[in-house]
Design a protein around this ligand. Structure first.
Ligand SMILES: *Cc1c(COP(=O)(O)O)cnc(C)c1O
Length: 812
């Protein structure tokens, strides 16, 4: 007899009174304080725990239902998760918002005050980490059994402060006050090896023993990821590095050598200390590679442990497991799974390789050659000697396959090899990721096409069926329902119900309302109210936003040349009928990326100059709020009129900021790049401002010996703008930016300048007709339904993962 039969959890409060009792109980028994002495932080912590309890109860039912059905699990491996704040989301997803507002009021606090204490875990850099967060949200919303694996960095992406000197970086100790959303699970610790050497096993050619020289512990904690409008609560599991107990040197400590006593422990724990604030170039080198292996090793052991709870043998491993690699950062998972299967579980190499290939899928996120990760062979040799041997063997067998298909084509072998030979021997992670997976996808139509035609063309020729596209998406909960409550209410009213939040294509029903003058007026009034809340500038001005990481390919410098030109035009003719604009920039630059930081500094300088100019400032204002993160994005996006998506065509993989803004009724000015193309196709050419070269024209311009000076010499206004920079009136930094543009202009800024300016004139023409503009705005929202990450996940589930939902029964 099961002694536990009939034992169940006390029901959580469903009424305001009961919710308050639960809250008080958390305040007294978990927080250890009383109503009379509770601080705002006490109230916040107790509230977070109460809301979390609602999700934890659903989590328990989810785990039971998922394990009982023994499905194919989706494991999402990502070095980054840019989750955003948790409280408001969890109130929405648990349906406890109203109860909570009432309960905290009785304690003498406002819900908004407590939301201010809810710190966003900044465990990602930008688009890639935010995509991971949107996908885990939609996986739960679609009832797909899934776990997201990541690293619990002590310090997230740096806190940015903007001054006239440019960007300053401060550490982001996001969990300084603790993190009430997290459950530590020290029992599921894993040991991770590094360094050391390998030893042969007599009688085996493929198996080896790896004797690591250093062992570090990975300790997991998990955060709950609730689905919207469903019972499912999945988790993300984040690993922290811990030194083993033996690493504290008591005898040195006793001898007063305090630093030396903890030296080894510090070294071990450094692995999860910081998120590298750069998503395109390699810094921190060995420590970064250590982080990657740390994530992979802990996660794979956890995945194997979970598999073995329900299954025996290895035959069904790939039927029960799909591991999605979010870019190449977790690609060492491929040789690591081979090592586990071959060395530790004694599976034959061929079978292990078959399992591995069927288990993994890889999402590529870039087209920039410098962002394609490679690691020096000698670093691998030292840090992960056994993995290098396995990679060599994988590569040898792979090149044999290529040779069989293309006999004698040595150049092809050299191009495709996982090992790059010149100028230095390096491991090409993207090649390893393509060879070791069943499916490879790009993140927008154009991106997937360019991957097949350029970066991975040899692989596409060998395995055409492996290459797919899954266009990115964003969570409609976070990026409209929560971020833009006013617009959400109007949409719900216009469509008759709120089912669009879980079924975003329903927004198409707004199309007929675009011609309704009173609906348009209310739409416009909401945009205005959102601008008043943002308080960035005159709410009646055209709010023109460029919010994203600073990178030369994204071309903030092009926007800046537009600002300088407007400035000069207004000065020359102050009496003309100017359209007032507020230009808002936000975004971080990698600390070592000097060219990007120069652009930030130049923006800050020019903003101050315009502010101080009584002739120009009534029409033009440049603002740069510090520390762009998800929380700030949620404030800016609802207030945006114009969305700047002006990267050089062929460089932005997809973009997701473009989707968030269109969804909130900002009209895009953009190039034919990334998902802009798909946005334009859906919202309609008349509701999108297109300019610039396309990807093929851009590539051809470069090949044909592009000369930025040519454009400088032929365009008087461009020359005036550049000459102002060169003159030094905006300081040395203006000179540096101008020199770089006139000298080489890697991203063809000057080539697209005139087209961009003309297009901005079209923008102003449309803006002068509010009925027309508002119609465009409504149609952007109406046709953004495709860009829900719920659709993205459905695409992955059907075409790449081949998994089905496992619904979780309701509480009886
Ligand atoms: C959406 C988002 C991004 C990605 O923006 P892109 O314009 O696609 O580069 C980056 N950072 C944050 C905080 C975001 O919310």
């Amino acid at each position: 007899m099961d002694l536990r039969q009939g034992i169940g959890l006390r029901k959580l409060g469903k009424t305001a009174d009961e919710f308050q009792q639960d809250l008080l109980s958390n305040l007294y028994y978990r927080r250890g304080t009383t109503v009379e002495s509770a601080s705002a932080r006490d109230a916040y912590e107790a509230l977070a725990q109460t809301v979390r309890d609602h999700l934890a109860e659903r989590r328990a039912r989810t785990a039971a239902a998922q394990f009982a059905s023994n499905p194919r699990w989706v494991y999402y491996l990502s070095a980054e998760y840019l989750l955003g704040a948790q409280l408001e989301q969890n109130l929405l997803y648990s349906g406890t918002g109203d109860l909570a507002a009432e309960a905290v009021k009785a304690l003498g606090f406002g819900l908004e005050d407590l939301e201010d204490l809810d710190v966003e875990p900044g465990l990602g850099n930008g688009g890639l980490g935010r995509l991971a967060a949107c996908l885990v949200d939609s996986l739960a919303t679609r009832d797909i059994p899934a776990v997201g694996y990541g690293i619990r960095y002590d310090l997230g992406i740096f806190r940015q402060v903007i001054t006239e000197e440019g960007q300053a970086e401060l550490p982001d100790d996001w969990a300084f006050h603790g993190n009430p959303w997290e459950f530590p699970a020290p029992d599921d610790r894993q040991a991770v090896g590094f360094y050391g050497h390998t030893e042969p096993i007599p009688g085996s050619t493929t198996r080896k023993v790896w004797v690591p020289g250093e062992v570090v512990l990975g300790e997991p904690s998990h955060m709950l990821v609730p689905g919207f409008g469903t019972e499912t609560v999945n988790i993300i599991r984040l690993w922290s590095a811990k030194a083993s107990e033996a690493s504290f040197d008591l005898s040195r400590f006793s001898a007063g050598q305090y630093a030396e006593a903890v030296q080894e422990a510090v070294r071990a724990e450094n692995i999860s200390k910081v998120l590298y604030p750069d998503d395109s170039t390699e810094l921190g080198r060995e420590l970064r590679l250590k982080q990657q292996y740390f994530l992979v090793s802990c996660s794979l052991r956890d995945i194997v442990r979970r598999f073995r709870l329900r299954n025996e043998g290895w035959d069904t491993f790939a039927d029960k497991t799909v591991i999605q690699l979010n870019d190449t950062h977790p690609t060492i998972a491929i040789p690591e799974l081979m090592r586990l299967l071959v060395d530790e579980y004694e599976v034959e190499w061929e079978q292990a390789w078959e399992i591995t290939r069927r288990t993994f899928a890889y999402t590529c996120h870039t087209l920039l050659p410098e962002a394609l990760e490679t690691w020096p062979v000698r670093m691998f040799e030292k840090l992960l000697p056994r993995h290098l041997e396995i990679i060599y063997l994988i590569n040898m067998l792979f090149l044999r396959e290529v040779e069989a298909r293309f006999p004698g084509d040595h150049d092809r072998l050299r191009r495709m090899s996982i090992i790059q030979e010149d100028p230095e021997r390096r491991v090409r992670m993207a090649h390893l990721a393509v060879v070791g997976t069943e499916a490879v996808n790009g993140v927008a139509e154009l991106h997937s096409k360019l991957l097949r035609e350029t970066v991975l063309d040899d692989f596409a020729a060998l395995w055409p069926a492996k290459f797919q596209n899954v266009t990115n998406g964003v969570s409609p909960r976070r990026f409209i329902k929560i971020a833009n409550p006013r617009l959400s209410d109007l949409i719900t009213e216009g469509l008759g119900d709120d089912s669009w939040v879980g079924d975003l294509e329903r927004l198409a029903g707004l199309e007929r309302l675009a011609d309704d003058a009173s609906f348009r007026e209310r739409w416009q009034a909401i945009k205005r109210a959102n601008k008043v809340d943002l308080a960035a500038g005159d709410p009646d001005s055209l709010t023109d936003v460029m919010i994203k990481r600073f990178h030369e390919y994204k071309r903030q410098q092009l926007k800046l040349l537009h600002v300088i030109t407007l400035y000069q035009r207004i000065r020359q003719n102050p009496a003309a009928d100017w359209v007032p604009r507020t230009v808002l920039f936000a975004g971080k630059a990698a600390p070592a990326y000097h060219a990007a930081k120069d652009i930030i500094r130049l923006i800050a300088t020019i903003a101050a100059r315009i502010e101080a100019d009584p002739v120009v400032s009534p029409y033009l204002k440049v603002v740069f709020p510090s520390n762009y993160n998800v929380t700030l994005a949620e404030r800016i996006i609802p207030a945006a009129d114009l969305s700047e998506q002006i990267s050089l065509a062929g460089k932005e993989a997809s973009g997701t900021g473009n989707m968030k803004l269109a969804l909130n009724g900002a009209v895009t000015i953009g190039t034919l790049d990334g998902a802009n193309i798909e946005i334009r196709a859906r919202v309609g050419e008349d509701n999108f401002f297109l300019f610039g070269l396309d990807a093929y024209e851009a590539a051809r311009a470069r090949i044909n010996g592009y000369q930025p000076r040519h454009f400088y010499e032929r365009d008087e206004e461009l020359r005036a703008a550049m000459d102002t920079l060169t003159s030094g009136v905006f300081g040395e930094v203006g000179r540096r930016v101008a020199d770089s543009l006139l000298g080489w202009d890697e991203y063809l800024t000057l080539a697209d300048f005139r087209s961009y300016l003309e297009c901005q004139e079209q923008v102003e023409k449309s803006w002068r007709d509010p009925a027309r503009w508002t119609r465009m705005s409504i149609l952007n929202t109406a046709h953004s339904g495709f860009f829900s990450s719920d659709r993205t996940v459905a695409d992955y589930a059907a075409r790449i993962w081949r998994v089905a939902p496992v619904p979780v029964p309701r509480e009886d």
